[in-house]
Design a protein around this ligand. Structure first.
Ligand code: A3P
Length: 291
């Protein structure tokens, strides 16, 4: 366990979970932001007015202080600064129900969640590893100071050397519990792309909500790539500007299935195929790779 994680990790294990907490857990770049906005709107009775508040504040990211690029920004609003530097204290001060984002695997979440000593819910999202890797490469180049090329980044990804790796351990920690732990629902990015209304219905039922087809249609439009790309509450333009970027550099980059095809050589695809076969063999988890 990295030293800089140890102290934070221990506090997180003891973190006081509330029964009405809702967590979105994912490996980075798998559609976390998209899922957060969907979950928040569903759980908050489609309160689009309330959804104008920054997603970072509505749905705080609980993670190792200092690991996130936000923490490089000194002049951001003080509440957001506190979230990035002292995420657990920030969360303790939040009203219920709380909405919490994490990139950690299930085994590193608060013990109360792990031992099912709370009724809190977890929405876990995943995406095919090839598109995840492409998206992560762009993210690391833009925000995390990565200067290598894509081929080297693929090697880092496949060798569990990117932040939050191993991908498979992270994803399987939720996948393997989804049928036995009623507090976990598992969602795939590819399913959201192909049939968002169905995913909205499934997640709504999980969160104890029911919406008409027309309400679901409006939510699906609110969650469309084009609409989210233009939504100031999720684009983080202010933060991007602080680090010398623009709204065009937001997480809403391509939003597609299959971007890996133009990014990867045949050799890389072969390596991904072999890696996926070895890591996910007989887990029952697979993905769509084509649009
Ligand atoms: P790309 O980089 O492939 O475009 P995360 O939120 O976990 O960082 O994931 C970011 C990825 O999700 C990005 O993928 C982003 O474009 C995609 N994404 C975010 N909102 C989306 C939406 N409404 N529709 C489709 N993809 C979306």
């Amino acid at each position: 366990m990295p030293d800089h994680y140890r102290e934070f990790g221990e506090s997180l294990l003891d973190f006081e979970v509330r029964d009405d907490d809702v967590w979105v857990c994912s490996f980075p770049k798998t559609g976390t932001t998209w899922t957060q906005e969907m979950v928040w709107c569903i759980a908050n009775d489609l309160d689009y007015e309330g959804a104008r508040v920054s997603l970072d504040l509505r749905f705080p990211f609980v993670d190792v202080p200092g690991i996130f690029y936000h923490s490089k920004v000194d002049r951001i609003k003080s509440d957001l600064a506190m979230l990035t530097h002292e995420p657990l204290t920030f969360l303790e001060g939040c009203d219920s129900p709380r909405f919490i984002k994490s990139h950690l695997p299930f085994e590193l979440l608060p013990l109360k969640l792990q031992k099912r000593q709370s009724k809190a819910k977890i929405v876990a999202v995943t995406r095919n590893p090839r598109d995840t890797c492409v998206s992560y490469f762009h993210h690391c180049k833009l925000y995390e100071g990565y200067t290598g090329d894509f081929e080297d980044f693929c090697k880092l990804f496949l060798n569990d050397a990117v932040t939050y790796a191993p991908f498979d351990r992270n994803v399987l920690s939720y996948w393997n519990r989804k049928d036995t732990d009623p507090s976990i629902i598992f969602v795939k990015y590819e399913d959201m792309k192909k049939d968002l209304p169905s995913v909205i219905k499934r997640v709504s039922a999980f969160l104890g909500k029911e919406y008409t087809d027309s309400e679901i249609g409006v939510l699906a439009e609110h969650l469309s790539f084009e609409s989210m790309k233009r939504n100031p509450a999720v684009v983080r333009e202010e933060i991007l500007q602080e680090v010398g970027l623009t709204a065009d550099d937001s997480v809403f980059r391509e939003g597609k299935i299959g971007g890996w095809k133009k990014a990867m050589t045949a050799e890389m695809v072969k390596e991904f195929e072999a890696w996926t076969a070895s890591r996910f063999l007989s887990t029952g988890l697979d993905w769509e790779y084509d649009p």
